[in-house]
Design a protein around this ligand. Sequence first.
Ligand code: MN
Ligand code: MN
Length: 455
Amino acid sequence: MYQEYAWKKYDKKDLEKLDQFTTNYKNFLSECKTERLCVSKSVALCETAGFKNLEGCTSLKPGDKVYAVNKNKNIAAFVIGKESLTQGLAILGAHIDSPRLDLKQNPVYESDTFAYLDTHYYGGIIKYQWVTIPLALHGVVVKKDGSSVSIEIGENENDPVVGITDLLPHLAAEKMQKAAAKVIEGEGLDILIGSKPLEDEEKDPTKQAVLKLLKEKYDIEEEDFVSAEIEVVPAGKARDFGLDRSMIAGYGHDDRVCAYTSLMAVLDSGQCQRTTCAVLVDKEEVGSIGATGASSVWFENTIAEVIALTEDYTDLKLRKALTNSVMLSSDVSAGLDPLYSSVMERKNSAFMGKGICFNKYTGSRGKSGCNDAQPEFIAKLRKMMDENHVNYQTSELGRVDQGGGGTIAYILANYNMNVIDAGVPVLSMHAPMEIVSKADVYEAYLAYKTFLKNA
Ligand code: MN
Ligand code: MN
C-alpha cells in the first residue's frame, strides 16, 4: 500500500478502531508533557499489560514481559521471543523529549513590580511562536534532603496559566523590520508569573509574594530551583483538529506520537519470533548525548541484563544480539504543507494521510551525518508492509540543500544493526501546536506491529 491515502481503505469497523486508538493517544499526549511524565505513564501502561520491572527478575523465559527504567527519563519494554536474543531483537526506538523552555537555575526576578522566570530554550524552536500563548509549568524540584516535589501548574482548567508578553503593533514598527530570528531573542523568553506585591516588603515585593505562594503550596525555597528541572510548555490538552476531526493538534507530537505507537505495538503484539523491544529515550532534540540520551550505554547494559537472565551470559552474545538486531528509529517526518511546499520536492515528500513514512536517510548538505539504510533491509520492509496492507510512504527532509536534520538512527546503527527512520508526518513541527493525521498515527501503530511480528 505504497503512497496511497489510508482513509480510502477503512471500513466502519476500522474507523472505530482508529478512533479508539487515537483517542487513547490524545489522552497520552495531554498527560505527558515531559520526559518524566512519559516514563511514569509508560510504566503504568506496561504494568496494566502485565509487564514486570526487570529489577525484580531472577530469570526470564520466552513469553515473559519486562520493562526497565533509567533515571526516570528512559524506559525499555521487552517481550522475550521464541529464539535466543543472540539472533537479534526487533527494536522500536523513539524519543520523548520535545522542544520547550527550561527554567534557568536562578530563574526568579522582579522588574517594575512584575515577577518573572528566566528560561533557556531546549531544542530547535522558532522563538516568536512561543509568545502570547498560555503556558504551563511542569517538572520536579529536588531538595537537599533528597525529597522530590512534583510541580504542575496550568493544566487544570481552574489553574492559572503563565506566558510571555509581546509588543503591541502600534509600537512595533522598528521591531517589524528585524529578521524573524531576531524578533524574539533567547533572553527575551521570560515568563510573567505575577504582579501583586507583598505588603510590608521593601525589596522585590512581587517576587517575594510569588515565592511565598510556592513555599505554601510546594514547601520550596528560591534556592531549591538550583536542583530543579522545570519545563515551560504549552498549556492545555491535545484536541481534534479540522472540521472533519481527521487530525490532532497538540504539543509534543515530535516524538511522543512515535513513542506511544511504538510502546503500544510492543504491549499489544504478544510473543514474537524475535525478542521485541520499545525503547524511549531523552535528549534527542539536543543531540542524543548524556546519560539519558540514545548515546548512553544504558540501553546496551539493559540488553546485557536481559541476556544474562535468559541464558549464560558472554560478551560475545551481547555483541551478536546487537549486531543481529533490526530497528525502526521511530521518529516523525516533515509532512508536506501546501502553504510551504517550495521547501519540499514532491516526489520525495511525506503526505499527511498516506501512512507511516520511511526515511532511508536524513542528514543535510550531501546527506552529511545520515544513517543510510541498506536496500536489502528496505526491501524486506516493503514486502511486510504490502503483505499486511499497511499504508506507507518514503520521504526526504525537504529539498536538497534546503536544510536537514537527524534522529537517533545512526547511533544504534553503530552496533552494526540495520536501522531505518520510520514515523508519522507532522505539520508545524517543533511549534507549540503541532498537527498529525489520525490515519498516520493508526498506520504507524499497525506498521510497528507488523515489523515486530515479521522482522
Ligand atoms: Mn524527532
Ligand atoms: Mn524534533
